[in-house]
Write a protein that binds this ligand. Sequence first.
Ligand SMILES: C[S@@+](CC[C@H](N)C(=O)[O-])C[C@H]1O[C@@H](n2cnc3c(N)ncnc32)[C@H](O)[C@@H]1O
Length: 265
Amino acid sequence: MNIVTNVRLTTAVKADASLYKQVEDAYFKLSAISEIGQATIIKRRKHTIKQLFQQNTTPIIVFERTGPKLYYSPDHPIYFHLDTTKVKLKALEQNQLPILVDMVNDLKGRGTKFSFVDGTMGFGRDSYLILKAFPNAKVYAVEQNPLIHFVISIGMKQFLNEDMNSRIQFIHADFQEWINKQDEIVDFLYLDPMFEQTLNDSDRMGELSRVTHSTIISENISNYKKLIIKAHYKSELFKKLNAIRCIRKTSKTHYGISINNQIQK
Ligand SMILES: C[S@@+](CC[C@H](N)C(=O)[O-])C[C@H]1O[C@@H](n2cnc3c(N)ncnc32)[C@H](O)[C@@H]1O
């Protein structure tokens, strides 16, 4: 689904030449995307984000030294930050594998080379976890929302070290269209599409769930060997995608795995 959006671009209150340059580059990049109706550069002056939203509710990307932040409303910016993934990374250091890592590890050892498509990148935290846990994994992070794709890919590139940067590719697309067009078969397709049942205010994905839409996932996805799906335990997706569910008694979010028999044969 293509939704056209406008966007405003500005800098942090304390700006320097590098931030102005980033705003200018962003203007040209975003103006070239068909889903962006109009990109406008605005002067920040000393305005607060709240003031910038008083007259006009068009989303704003604010360029700061730590990376760009996307505001759909004044209070909850979308930007690359690890948040609760820090807890998973700590566990990983102690060899306690977070569930996604554990599932991948069962099929491919920690040192193995494989390709992993994160079809619903969002904040990019799961992509980050895979890059971190599997030093030989190549990650394709696909996001359909052009503004989220833009800020998260820039923020993440700024945060990643050289090796991790060389192992990730950011793609602005609908993952279904993208993967079906690939010539090569990827080892893993991972989906965390965020369905209605998971959308509540206490959900850490809060702002993302407010501004993105859930997608209709078809059974006709091709070019992957194994699919891992994360969804609400009541989601129809497990059945639709033939996924065997890993039951987690303590969480409403379940993971499932399905093997693409057409490829395995
Ligand atoms: C729950 S978030 C994913 C969070 C992510 N796993 C993380 O670790 O940050 C879902 C994201 O998938 C994106 N999305 C939904 N359907 C998509 C599709 N068909 N193709 C690409 N991205 C999609 C949404 O725009 C949203 O940003």
